[in-house]
Design a protein around this ligand. Sequence first.
Ligand SMILES: [Zn+2]
Ligand SMILES: [Zn+2]
Length: 158
Amino acid sequence: MKALETDQAPKSGESVAEYVCRLREGLGLTQKQVALKAGLHVQSLGKLERGKTTRLNRKTINGLSHALQVPGEYLESLYRGTPVETVQSVKFCPQCWVPGTPPDALWTNVRAKYCFECGEQLRNRCLSCDELITSLKHRFCPYCGQAYKLPKSKTLKS
Ligand SMILES: [Zn+2]
Ligand SMILES: [Zn+2]
């Protein structure tokens, strides 16, 4: 859990409602502004913050993670009730990463989405099977055998 902006990570015992509300207020945004950014109805966000929403779909999670500038994993882990530690993943540039080396801190920063070096979208999931990548000690996905590093020529559609 080092190198994380801890105030952005969910606190233990915090509900999705409390977490979303805290982040929103931390950013000084109104429900309307966040809803707009997240592509949600302001009523839906209001409901969520009052703890009336028990189901979050992928679109809502993605929207909120964008609007509140936190990794989707944080919201997802709260929603599922799993500790954040277990879903900590490694974010890296599949083009610039050198196998056998740790990922650059500029990639693993929670707010980083694109590579500072080449502009490629950063990855924290296997490109082939979509499993979260939790360690770059290995060069290949343990689930499907896909190499984490991409050949330079291959570009990603995302
Ligand atoms: Zn790169
Ligand atoms: Zn895989």
